[in-house]
Design a protein around this ligand. Structure first.
Ligand code: WTA
Length: 362
């Protein structure tokens, strides 16, 4: 009898599994959402919840971060009492977005699950639920392996990390239903990418932390790990700290070669529409990172942009930003999945202007 509202694009795996197969196999009603969360206004999701009496609402952190920027009034305008469960998928959800989703959208009453999985896994693999009724949920953490999923963390030498309070490469130790078995036309590519890095295990490409309680937190793609003066950091960690600033809805951090530190952090930030004091904001951002993580994690550069390069499913294409910063913008690679390719020239212009200002001031 449930009305399941997964607002993902149906062309994304989240749409296949959680708009079509999952809800329909379970005899539920599935909502098809076609549009953007801002059309005709930022209340569109919540108006849909009210009108269709949605019970489960499942979406991407990128949309939550976007809507948060428009304030609570668009949410509060609609009756959301039908909602029982909220879910997030696709990227690490930052703390600010998690709390807004939980408190404002879910009125601190609904269960909010951060669900980790991949196209290659077919369905959710790590998620706070199902679990015992009322079991603890830690904000912004996927936490518990799903039925039959055996997560394993590997160190740099390909050894299994035992015990808790450890970080490493996230692998799965046993196959599961829904597991991808090949890449169309490139079986060897499948073997090489997923099965050869850590023989005997499926390698997800993601990094994760197993907390002292034994819960999993996804720290981002392994490629997005940066090494600043010997400190290994996930870019998501720095982004999470930057996102705490009330005037900064979205950020993307990348590593770039740094003469002394090996790598440095470069932050791209989007500001709320009505923010004028960019200089103060940058200073505040630096002190947030210094106090939440450490001084060494503070980005050397903070560049304000209008928007970030994102795929149609809302993932930030950090590799495009990295190419821009390392002067390889003539060779951006495959950007066909970018939602709007014109964002590249927009950011490139902002970057060049920033560089010119920097050299003028030095
Ligand atoms: C990332 C989407 C952090 C991760 C279902 C993964 C996440 C990739 C989460 C798969 C999450 C997905 N927390 N990161 N809850 N969910 N990811 O194939 O890097 O579009 O490997 O599948 O998204 O993306 P895909």
């Amino acid at each position: 009898g449930d009305v399941f509202g997964c607002v993902a694009d149906i062309g994304w795996i989240t749409g296949h599994s959680y708009v079509v197969y999952g809800p329909l196999c379970n005899g539920g009603t599935s909502v098809l959402f076609e549009s953007t969360p801002l059309y005709p206004d930022p209340g569109r999701y919540w108006e849909t919840v009210q009108r269709l009496k949605i019970n489960q609402f499942y979406g991407a952190p990128t949309a939550v971060r976007l809507l948060l920027k428009y304030g609570d009034k668009w949410v509060k305008k609609y009756d959301r009492s039908s909602l029982k469960m909220l879910g997030s998928v696709g990227e690490p959800i930052n703390h600010e977005a998690w709390h807004w989703f939980y408190n404002v959208v879910g009125d601190s009453r609904c269960t909010l699950v951060d669900t980790w999985w991949q196209t290659e896994t077919g369905g959710i693999c790590i998620s706070p639920r199902p679990s015992e009724e009322g079991a603890e949920i830690i904000p912004a953490m996927a936490m518990r392996p799903f039925f039959g999923i055996i997560p394993v963390l590997m160190d740099e030498n390909g050894r299994v990390l035992e015990g808790n309070d450890v970080s490493g490469a996230l692998c799965l130790a046993e196959p599961w239903p829904g597991m991808a078995r090949t890449i169309y036309g490139n079986h060897q590519g499948f073997i090489d990418t997923y099965l050869k890095t850590y023989p005997g295990y499926y390698f997800t490409g993601d990094g994760a932390y197993r907390s002292s309680e034994g819960y999993y937190q996804i720290t981002g793609r392994m490629d997005d790990v940066i090494n600043i003066s010997g400190h290994r950091l996930g870019t998501a960690e720095i982004e999470d700290a930057l996102d705490e600033h009330p005037d900064v809805p979205e950020t993307a951090v990348i590593g770039y070669p740094h003469e002394i530190k090996g790598e440095g952090a470069f932050a791209f930030i989007v500001l709320k529409e009505d923010v004028a004091h960019t200089k103060d904001v940058k200073e505040e951002l630096r002190s947030i990172v210094a106090s939440k993580i450490a001084k060494y994690a503070v980005p050397d550069h903070i560049l304000v942009v209008k928007r970030l390069p994102k795929t149609r499913s809302g993932k930030i294409m950090r590799r495009v930003l990295k190419k821009i910063v390392t002067n390889q913008s003539s060779n951006l690679g495959d950007i066909t999945t970018l939602d709007d390719p014109s964002v590249v020239t927009e950011i490139l212009d902002a970057y060049q202007k920033y560089k010119m200002e920097q050299s003028a001031s030095s």
